[in-house]
Design a protein around this ligand. Structure first.
Ligand SMILES: Nc1ncnc2c1ncn2[C@@H]1O[C@H](COP(=O)(O)OP(=O)(O)OP(=O)(O)O)[C@@H](O)[C@H]1O
Ligand SMILES: [Mg+2]
Length: 544
């Protein structure tokens, strides 16, 4: 139907413009003059933001921003350079920012990926914001950090913000924040070095092998108190190594306010399963060993060594691992994905091996590996070689722990179906954390809004279909903040928030959940850089 417009009251030229079609065959440089006001506004906002960052970090290199159109998508990109810049931590922080309720724009992470192709490495976040584009679709975009390999390492990165149509304030805020984060690792390193010179707090090894858990904790506490006058030397203790490798240590709390199961509302079956299996094995390991002495030809143990916590985000997996550690007085080593993802090719598996070795050297310890699916995706899905090597290191290390009675590995995942069968076969236990049902949601609300009546809690529980414990805790925080602003503005006189603010926050949350469920268009990400083939959509640390 040549000449007819699908859009009532619009000329074909208007439609083409809305769709960006007239820019299809232009180079980025050429399309500058076709940019719509959104992009111009965005560039101005970026300019102002970068000046503010420069003021905060004097001496940073002024970035050369470029923008244009690739395929159907606008992009803004600017470079960062320097060996100390850890692109993965920038990505993680950007992701946290997107997830955080602080940005107040209902933004959502849709998916994240990292992949290597040839000489390039890319980290990607697909996200959605709570706005509608000119064409009425939900506003979605991607932030890429793309590393370009130079002489032996990934020395130079590009931030790339990509959008199908309109740019919103939030998009620009995000990329500015991400850009600023690029400079923090350097800043943190300087602060860390200064702290190391003044502070002796992590100098003492937690425990020598053969110590009891009690001695271990005493040793740890002594290490924390430290000898303030002792001269500083290079710290080689396992816990210091783990921290340097990007792991976080959670120590058993020696005071009376230990984290316990009351912190997690509901989930009685999960708690019972953990009590019956993991906790008993940790507190009464000798009984398990005595049984195998009577049953096995060889000296073996059958205590659980590798446990999987599986379930949707925000349903208490990490919290449960922390509770276990507190209950049995054993330190928890939290290994986030970024601790092993390295910008240097081949370094990831050696970091993984180092983490396992340092954890084993601590003696009794719980090693919590978050987002295990990113490390141990099924080998059948055609993995990148780097991912294959990480996976085989992981499997080898888990096997070597079999013979060591003192380390419990807890792996957590939101996507069990993606896990490699070889890993699944090594799991002693699989604990499932489902989304809470209506009555559990009411219990979780009670945990964060104790002033509400039974009926009100029930009402909130029924309203918040498909939301997780984390969503509920966020709703309650949001409602409290809203109430605080009402109180400060003297709109209300009581300090106790009413049900109405909780309902308002819950509805807002439910709406933004719907946005995030809208997946990105099929072709998103399939654009390519001028003169460079772009990798196909990746699976995990490699492209399928
Ligand atoms: N049953 C619950 N009762 C009370 N609070 C809960 C419950 N479930 C989750 N939460 C809240 O949600 C937060 C996030 O939970 P947690 O970090 O344990 O989730 P997770 O399953 O590890 O999520 P992810 O898969 O994203 O890592 C907790 O700190 C807690 O505040
Ligand atoms: Mg978690």
């Amino acid at each position: 139907m040549a000449g007819a417009s699908l859009f009532l009251g619009m000329t074909n030229e208007d439609v083409k413009r809305q769709l960006g079609l007239q820019l299809f065959d232009k180079t980025p440089a050429e399309c500058g003059k076709f940019m719509d006001k959104h992009l111009e506004g965005a560039i101005n906002q970026l300019d102002v933001g970068i000046k503010e960052i420069e003021a905060r970090y004097p001496g940073i290199q002024k970035p050369n921003m470029s923008y244009g159109l690739r395929g159907t998508r606008y992009y803004i990109e600017f470079p960062i350079t320097g060996r100390n810049i850890d692109a993965f931590s920038i990505l993680t922080k950007t992701q946290q920012l997107l997830k955080s309720s602080e940005n107040d724009c209902g933004s959502r992470v849709i998916s994240t990926d990292s992949f290597i192709q040839g000489e390039n490495i890319s980290y990607l976040i697909d996200y959605a914001v709570n706005s509608t584009t000119a064409l009425g679709s939900k506003s979605k975009g991607s932030i890429y950090i793309r590393g370009i390999k130079e002489e032996g390492g990934f020395d130079s990165y590009k931030f790339i913000l990509e959008k199908g149509f309109d740019f919103h304030d939030l998009d620009i805020k995000l990329i500015l924040k991400a850009y600023e984060e690029a400079f923090k690792p350097k800043q943190n390193q300087i602060e860390y070095n200064q702290r190391q010179q003044q502070d002796d707090s992590i100098k003492r090894p937690i425990r020598q092998r053969g110590q009891s858990p009690q001695q271990q904790n005493q040793g740890y506490l002594a290490g924390l108190v430290g000898n303030q006058n002792q001269q500083q030397q290079e710290d080689t203790s396992p816990q210091a190594s783990l921290q340097k490798l990007g792991c976080t240590l959670f120590l058993p709390d020696q005071r009376n306010n230990k984290l316990d199961w009351d912190y997690l509302a509901g989930y009685d079956k999960v708690k019972r399963d953990i009590e019956d299996t993991v906790l008993l094995a940790l507190t009464h390991g000798h009984v398990y060993d005595q049984i195998t002495q009577k049953t096995r030809m060889k000296n073996e143990t059958n205590r659980p060594k590798c446990v999987l916590f599986e379930g949707p985000p925000g349903c208490g997996k990490t919290t449960s691992a922390k509770i276990i550690s507190q209950q049995v007085n054993i330190p928890l080593v939290y290994m986030p994905l970024e601790a092993i993802m390295s910008k240097y090719y081949g370094e990831s598996e050696s970091r993984l091996a180092e983490i396992f070795e340092a954890a084993a050297a601590m003696g009794s310890v719980i090693l919590f590996i978050d987002e295990i699916d990113s490390l141990a995706t099924s080998r059948e899905s055609g993995l990148h070689e780097a991912t294959r090597r990480i996976l085989s290191t992981l499997l080898r290390k888990i096997d070597s722990f079999e013979s060591d009675g003192e380390v419990l590995v807890i792996c957590a995942t939101n996507r069990k179906k993606d896990l490699d069968p070889a890993l699944i076969s090594r799991l002693d236990l699989n604990i499932k954390f489902n989304l809470p049902d209506a009555s559990t949601r009411a219990l979780i609300f009670q945990r964060y809004a104790k002033q509400l009546s039974e009926e009100q809690l029930k009402e909130l529980g029924e309203l918040t279909i498909n939301l997780s414990g984390r969503d509920i805790s966020d709703i309650c925080k949001d409602a409290e903040r809203k109430w605080a602003s009402k109180y400060i503005r003297k709109e209300v006189s009581s300090l106790i928030p009413e049900i109405s603010v909780y309902i308002e926050s819950a509805k807002h949350r439910l709406e933004s959940m719907q946005d995030s469920n809208l997946r990105m268009d099929k072709n998103v990400g399939d654009f390519h850089f001028p003169n460079q083939p772009y990798p196909p959509r990746p699976t995990a640390y490699g492209s399928a």
